[in-house]
Design a protein around this ligand. Sequence first.
Ligand code: G3H
Length: 538
Amino acid sequence: MSNILSGVFPEASAIPEQFRVSYQEQREYLINGELRQWPGALNAVQSPVFVKEGDHYKQQTIGATPLLTAHEALQALDAAVNAYNLGHGLWPTLSVAERIAHIEKFLELMRKQRDEVVKLLMWEIGKTLKDSEKEFDRTCDYIVDTVKSLKELDRNSAKLVEEQGFMAQIRRVPLGVALCMGPFNYPLNETFSTLIPALIMGNTVVFKPAKYGVLLIRPLLKAFQESFPPGVINVIYGKGRDTVGALMETGKIDVFAFIGTNKGANDLKRLHPKPHRLKSILGLDAKNPAIVLQDADLDQTVSECVAGSLSFNGQRCTALKILFVHKSLVNDFVKRFTTEVAKLKTGMPWDAGVSLTPLPEPGKTDYLRGLVEDARRKGANVINDHGGEINQSFFYPAVLYPVTADMNVYREEQFGPVIPIVPFEKDEEAIQYVVNSNFGQQVSIFGSDSRRIAMYIDMFTNQVGRINVNTQCQRGPDTFPFNGRKDSAEGTLSVADALRVFSIRTLVATKSTEGNKQIISTIIRNRESVFLSTDYIM
Ligand code: G3H
């Protein structure tokens, strides 16, 4: 093993005091407003961080979480169903202003848990301190923006419309019981980007944390308990197949919010007995390409492509997962690209200036090694020093060149630090890759000729959800629509879109006769209805 990786894991004594964690055995889970204690089996939480002990490395087990069964999952569902009470429960009938007050209370309590959640993000999924802090703060901002957006939506609905002799008030109301599941790479942010809109629109929720990044929800359980009426939010733990499958089979889930693989989403959706009653909002697989044209500004392009392919070790659904580089500049590009990759610092999540950290998924380094070996057998080289070297859970980025269509990495979503570079000559080669892909999330085009860029834009508008020009692929700003086509997504999320996704419009309408006008204005003047109201939220 080269020096670059032999020193990557620290001795226990070298971990700064403020970033150390002690083992936590979590037994509590939240159902119907009660933090219940689980007496049964637990799931060990293994950190991607290993500690050096002499000439050995020891993986750190930082805690354990409850391995609940279908029985507890169904109790959580019952609690959510009762709290919704066919739309007559307290939560779905509260006014928008009252629901906002509950969410704001939750946010206040959540902010107090920042240090603990950030620390667990580092230990559970290996995210750098800077990115962990960013994830926490971005999630708080998302909640603030959601409240702002709902106020705006509500203000626009606080009026009657008149059309063709009718008068009506149109408002958004909840859909029912939502099941929210997030991914391990953004276990807080992505999960909350569905959970919060689902709640604020009046749905009740069963929330199951991601595969990894589970303990970090623990500091928020009390905040959930104290901020919402019983049964409105229920948090369960355990294996997906034992818990979530049972929920879907009941047919009582009305909204399925899932960020993960399209295979996982298909398997779960299929279990629901009444597909037409299930609304799904899904963020799934992606293989976003960068297309680097002859006249691209290489400084800017290389910097965007390095960040796009290697932020959080390439473990972002929006990461650049294949780089098509025009033959006329590919030699220069790969030289600069590998030079920049070599500057990225390896280390532990809390190390200052670190970019490359260990990977949380067991077996991931073997999978990535397999991709690299397959590509090498078929003619690609690893063109950067140390590319593909492994130490325990650490995989040093492998830049593969030249990559061709017969290699597995050409189509598979690596979701890790392997960067395939494909040289191309004709525009059609890059265009056809996107057109024929099973995925359709985003694409990045790098160049300076406006006519050529415009041609690519028009080729891709019906293929992907977002076309980035001289910019890496990304989800943010969170007010922009985030979606995908084909196997990449179902539905659109953004701060404002999420409010629509988790609700449906209902209207009260009447013929504009004098008698009806009298009734409507009496209801409004005397505040006799929560729905039919022109109150303006401040
Ligand atoms: O993993 C997918 C995330 O939605 C990506 O978000 O582009 O802000 O990293 P991001």
